[in-house]
Design a protein around this ligand. Structure first.
Ligand SMILES: [Zn+2]
Length: 296
């Protein structure tokens, strides 16, 4: 009897532990699973409050993580963990729209911290130390880098497509007068909803896209060049017909972004303006039909 007692106690302990686990699972797991599954099927985009710069994370309905630009400094490392769970440390696709430091800086610590699978850039020439450092790390880590030089469509699965619509020529190894106008421009669609990411592209690029007859209409416009009046011409806005415009700029920045003229232009056509300097990180969720803003 004395010998059997510890065994019995052990058994009771195990049963108690299993019971507690089951109870915890019963209470928390179904809820968590339900919310989790429902939400994972939505497209999610976070436009980060990154200061004076640009950084946006797309989580596709099939679970791909796409990072467009990394903003200045390393603030991105504070932003990403809020969107990605601790076991999700993969960036399936990193896009560098153009090599200015307010877009490339943060991509360096991301390469060091996260598992980046593939990169899109234009390969345009720029000799800033951060861009060269970024290129060095990409080479060191042997990450496949694809040059965007024509219209291409990336199928993200579940009816979610990322369409690369600019540049339409190969800028690899070339110097350009205005790096803003070398920006990769992308249009993301998920069923009936669409999002246009302009990088820092200016009116010249808008004109080129209009002249080439590129389909631009989108529910959401990430305004070009932080809402500066170098971008978002009236003609362009009339074609994009956005419901929402994201302005990614830093509070009291020295550039005076966004331009009051652009803000007024957007307001005149009834666009709802979402500014990261006023709202912090702006989160959008699409079920393919409706776009929900900041619901978490
Ligand atoms: Zn910029």
């Amino acid at each position: 009897m004395q010998k059997r007692l510890p065994k019995l106690l052990f058994l009771v302990f195990i049963l108690l532990a299993l019971g507690l686990l089951a109870l915890a699972g019963w209470q928390f797991l179904p809820d968590k699973l339900n919310i989790g599954w429902a939400r994972d099927q939505d497209l999610q985009i976070s436009f980060f409050d990154i200061g004076q710069g640009d950084a946006a994370l797309i989580k596709s309905p099939s679970g791909h993580n796409i990072l467009i630009d990394g903003g200045p400094g390393s603030k991105i490392l504070e932003c990403l963990p809020k969107e990605l769970s601790w076991y999700d440390q993969t960036i399936d696709l990193m896009i560098l729209t153009h090599p200015h430091s307010d877009h490339v800086d943060g991509l360096i610590p991301v390469l060091k911290r996260y598992d980046v699978k593939q990169i899109l850039s234009t390969g345009v020439v720029h000799s800033s130390p951060t861009y060269l450092a970024w290129l060095d790390i990409v080479r060191e880590q042997n990450i496949p880098l694809v040059i965007v030089d024509r219209e291409q469509i990336i199928n993200l699965g579940n009816d979610c497509l990322l369409q690369l619509i600019y540049p339409l020529t190969n800028l690899s190894g070339r110097e350009v007068n205005n790096l803003n106008n070398s920006s990769i421009v992308a249009r993301l669609t998920y069923k009936d909803t669409s999002f246009l990411f302009m990088g820092d592209a200016e009116i010249e690029v808008e004109q080129e896209l209009i002249q080439k007859g590129v389909y631009l209409e989108s529910n959401v416009l990430k305004t070009g060049h932080h809402g500066s009046d170098t971008s978002s011409s009236e003609e362009f806005l009339n074609l994009v017909k956005p419901e929402y415009a994201i302005v990614s700029s830093g509070k009291d920045n020295s550039f005076g972004h966004p331009s009051l003229r652009v803000i007024k232009r957007l307001e005149r056509i009834g666009v709802k303006i979402l500014r990261t300097d006023e709202l912090g990180t702006v989160r959008m969720r699409s079920d393919g039909k409706n776009i929900i803003i900041n619901d978490k």
